[in-house]
Design a protein around this ligand. Structure first.
Ligand SMILES: Nc1ncnc2c1ncn2[C@@H]1O[C@H](COP(=O)(O)OP(=O)(O)OP(=O)(O)O)[C@@H](O)[C@H]1O
Length: 355
């Protein structure tokens, strides 16, 4: 159920001019600064921006093209806003069922059961919205959007109104959606950590135009994009849990460039794990260090380098085919005489790795 879209809208000082595709499944993050047009684009996809011209095809169904525009209520989509926007007078069960009625589809027991299970709402079904935390309300809003079995799910910063504790509570549910759903999900965020945890693909929006689009791990590793030059810059590495060291409570995570050793062992062997390696936690040596506390040492090749402010350099290493960003001082880069093609070793402390 892939999505092909193009929208143009002129609003005086702001104009939107984008063309893009979304893969048939997985989460695509729409990422960009405040005011760049993220919400406007989602609203256009939902048919809520009458001024937006363009085209939109979801699977084989044309939702918009030229003068043809399928009304919002006939579009098979789920839309979750920043604020939960539930009906206060209805309990959780009826809030979820309301979405099914709106779509004039059968309020099938099976899709209700599925979304209740997927978002862990069983024990909350009889409660009213005011008896729920902000994170729980947002889970209900997502369940309501999914209960209609939509062909496309639009999430507009669903965590924006939540504090850090509530965000931490809801993120694992979003991660399970990411694993379970077989429809395209477009997820608006300007929180880099959410994108790193949840997204497979990325659309970078700046002042109403797409500046880049592609797999999230590739875009995060591109030195020509501003993403690589933020204080919290990290590389995303897809790994698989190979096993555990029970004596020391460590996990072994295999990837295309070798094996990471990570402190802690919560994940079962064989399961996929997305690792985040902060560029500030990676160091470079010319020889393999002996007598060091650092457990993760990989042979690597310098792939590309770019100035990162006046005092620092961002280095993209390749661990076989896996890119890894490393931020060092310009002085270190000069003393090691780093240049593309040079063979080095990358070091990462086990305790610095994030899942
Ligand atoms: N109803 C409106 N009328 C006129 N201009 C609007 C309207 N809504 C939004 N805008 C303007 O359109 C531009 C895009 O707004 P939009 O809400 O899509 O940005 P955004 O990327 O979602 O921002 P944020 O991350 O702050 O939610 C902004 O310049 C905004 O000021």
């Amino acid at each position: 159920m892939s999505v092909t879209a193009g929208f143009f809208l002129n609003r005086g000082a702001f104009s939107l001019d984008v063309e893009f595709e979304l893969p048939g499944r997985g989460v695509t993050a729409l990422f960009g600064p405040s005011g760049c047009g993220k919400t406007t684009l989602l609203r256009a996809m939902a048919g809520l921006e009458p001024e937006a011209r363009g085209y939109l095809k979801v699977g084989d169904v044309v939702w918009q093209d030229g003068h043809y525009c399928l009304p919002t209520h006939r579009r098979s989509l789920g839309y979750v806003f920043q604020e939960p926007s539930l009906f206060d007078h209805l309990n959780v069960r009826r809030n979820i069922a309301y979405g099914q009625r709106r779509m004039a589809r059968e309020a099938t027991g099976s899709s209700m059961d599925r979304v209740v299970d997927l978002l862990g709402l069983e024990s909350l079904l009889e409660r009213k919205p005011q008896q729920l935390s902000g994170g729980e309300q947002q889970r209900v809003a997502i369940a309501r959007a999914l209960a209609v079995n939509p062909d496309l799910l639009l999430l507009d910063e669903p965590l924006a109104a939540l504090d850090e504790a509530r965000k931490a509570e809801i993120l694992p549910w979003l991660e399970s959606l990411h694993r379970e759903l077989s429809i395209p999900v477009l997820y608006v965020s300007h929180a880099r950590d959410e994108v790193a945890r949840l997204a497979d693909h990325l659309l970078l929006l700046e002042a109403g135009q797409l500046s880049a689009a592609g797999p999230v791990n590739e875009l995060f590793a591109r030195l020509d994009l501003p993403l690589a030059h933020r204080p919290d810059t990290e590389t995303i590495i897809q790994t698989r849990v190979a096993g555990h060291d029970p004596d020391y409570e460590l996990s072994w995570l295999d990837f295309s460039g070798g094996r990471f050793i990570l402190a802690g062992n919560q994940l079962p062997a064989g399961s996929p794990a997305r690792l985040q390696v902060k560029a500030n936690d990676v160091s470079i040596t010319l020889d393999r260090q002996q007598g060091t506390s650092i457990l993760n040492i990989f042979p690597a090749v310098v792939d590309e380098m770019a100035a990162d402010g006046r005092a620092r350099v961002m280095v993209r290493l390749k661990l076989r085919d896996q890119p890894l960003l490393c931020r060092i001082t310009r002085k270190s880069a000069a003393e090691l005489n780093l240049m593309p093609g040079k063979a080095v070793f990358a070091q990462i402390k086990s305790v610095a790795l994030l899942l």
